[in-house]
Design a protein around this ligand. Structure first.
Ligand SMILES: [Ca+2]
Ligand SMILES: [Ca+2]
Length: 87
């Protein structure tokens, strides 16, 4: 009987992704303090204190005034690149 290796790998990958997400200093879940699934500029500043409003607006691609999870990855990458990689 074959071992369910694929399932085990999928679970391991999920655990890795999950822990990586919570370990990030700029994780979406940490910024979304009221847990409504989107972050305002003020919420974003709790994990990205140097973020400017213009940058927030740039990544708010649907212009609803919030960063949703699908918009977050772009903003997160931008912020990390701009403010967190300099020594
Ligand atoms: Ca929120
Ligand atoms: Ca948005």
């Amino acid at each position: 009987m074959p071992r369910p290796r694929t399932l085990s790998l999928a679970i391991a990958a999920g655990l890795l992704l999950g822990s990586a997400g919570t370990a990030s200093a700029t994780a979406f879940g940490r910024a979304d303090t009221n847990h409504d699934g989107r972050v305002t500029y003020e919420e974003t500043r709790t994990v990205m204190p140097k973020l400017k409003q213009v940058s927030f607006d740039r990544f708010d691609t649907n212009k609803d005034g919030f960063i949703e999870k699908n918009e977050w990855s772009g903003l997160d990458a931008f912020y990390t690149f701009t403010y967190m990689q300099r020594n």
